[in-house]
Design a protein around this ligand. Structure first.
Ligand code: GDP
Length: 400
């Protein structure tokens, strides 16, 4: 262990943050399980998290801003070729499914409008196959109407989660902002109270005020916090991973989720009984590491495609956004970068190794210990570097 510490000092590595607290209870259980088959269990947990499905239903009156909200959740501008069409009169009574651009298991559904006077919530829910969805977002750009309330009552009876969203708040703010004594907080509070008074019948007081064009403002973050509290663990992770990066706060949240995942990845990748690749200092599953870092790159919106969308949204040149990235991952996660990371001498740190030894049941060390510690360290390093790049992109987009 002293070698390990010495190496760290030689390299002048920055102090790695310790995050043993953030290990999820489910992951801890897997780590504690008997050694036989542990790697497979860890790998299948990773697969499970990758494949978890999340079906989000967006409903409300035609024109309320449903399609625009669907696009915002997918990180797409309304004029993107892959976007849900907006500003059109709906003719179909069928839900339209839009897969998330990089997480196809996350599906966002644009449900038919509920404006008709003949609207019957029970029939509507049956027609749209309500059991498909994890939760419903009921969208309006005005006060909530009879049909919204009838729908919410029916969803409540079917024991599904639903949330009221008041959209186009940027319009309300703009319309009032020229007035003397304009007070944005007061305006938002008035809109919220006005909506609430209408929803007393369903006993709901949670309403989220949003703008699909400015997720970083108003109540969008609050909505995500509420969903984090109310969704099962796996679904919560899929949601956070799939959200576009729109603020520093939401970037930090993504990072915290990925840090938890690092434990799982490090154990799954370091516990394998495989000989080291020639020239590499540790025996670990290279594919798992690459996959993890690629997930971070995509989820952070660092790809050229994502930056093109962002550039449209924030009105900055795509070249400026691209050149904000300075880390070795600026053009993506390549085999060469990974080999380079793994070729440096073992940089595992005593403190992390100690944490890992405490976590592992007796007998699991020393074989996998150093590999796990190294992978843990390298993935953290990669995550930190990409987080810094993303911060710079946010800065260049003036979203900080
Ligand atoms: P849908 O019929 O419910 O799907 O509504 P759309 O998403 O097609 O939106 C109707 C119109 O409202 C379009 O012109 C959108 O650009 C506009 N719109 C939707 N959401 C917002 C928003 O948050 N802010 C502003 N300013 N306009 C919005």
């Amino acid at each position: 262990m002293s070698d390990v510490t010495a190496n760290k000092e030689e390299e002048g590595e920055e102090e790695e943050e310790e995050d043993s607290d953030s290990i999820g209870s489910e992951i801890q259980k897997l780590i504690d399980s008997p050694n036989a088959g542990k790697t497979n269990k860890l790998k299948s947990k990773l697969k499970e998290l990758e494949n978890v499905t999340l079906n989000i239903a967006v409903t409300g009156m035609t024109g309320a801003g449903k399609s625009s909200f669907v696009n915002a959740l997918r990180g797409l501008a309304n004029d993107d070729g892959r976007a849900a069409p907006t500003g059109t009169t709906e003719t179909t009574m069928k839900p339209n499914m839009y897969p998330h651009p990089f997480m196809p298991n996350v599906k966002i559904w644009d449900l038919p409008g509920i404006g008709s006077p003949k609207f019957r919530a029970k029939k509507y829910l049956k027609d749209v196959k309500f059991n498909t969805y994890d939760f419903f977002l009921i969208v309006t750009s005005e006060r909530f109407k009879e049909n919204d309330i009838e729908l919410a009552t029916a969803i409540q009876k079917s024991k599904k989660l639903f949330y009221f969203i008041r959209t186009k708040i940027d319009n309300d703010v703009r319309a009032e902002s020229h007035k003397r004594n304009f007070d944005e907080r007061m305006l938002l509070s008035n809109i919220r109270e006005d909506c609430k008074s209408n929803l007393l019948k369903v006993g709901i007081s949670k309403i989220f005020l949003v703008s699909s064009f400015q997720l970083e403002k108003f109540d969008f973050e609050k909505l995500i916090k509420t969903l984090e509290d109310e969704l099962p663990e796996n679904k919560r992770f899929a949601l956070i991973q799939s959200l576009p990066v729109y603020s520093l706060e939401n970037l930090e949240k993504k990072k915290a989720y990925f840090k938890k995942m690092i434990w799982l990845n490090a154990f799954a990748s370091g516990l394998v009984a495989m000989p080291p690749l020639p020239g590499l200092s540790v025996a670990c599953d290279f594919g798992i590491m690459k996959n993890f870092l690629r997930q971070v790159f995509t989820s952070y919106g660092l790809s050229n495609q994502a930056l093109e969308v962002l550039s449209e949204r924030v009105n900055k040149s795509v070249e400026d956004l691209k050149s904000a990235k300075t880390s070795r991952f600026k053009d993506g996660v390549t085999d060469d970068i990974l080999i380079d990371m793994l070729s440096t001498p073992v940089i595992a740190m005593a403190k992390t190794l100690g944490t890992i030894m405490a976590l592992l049941p007796l007998g699991a060390l020393p074989a996998g210990g150093v590999a796990i510690t190294t992978v843990h360290h390298l993935l953290n390093k990669g995550l930190n570097e990409m987080t810094e790049d993303t911060k710079k992109v946010l800065e260049a987009s003036q979203l900080t």
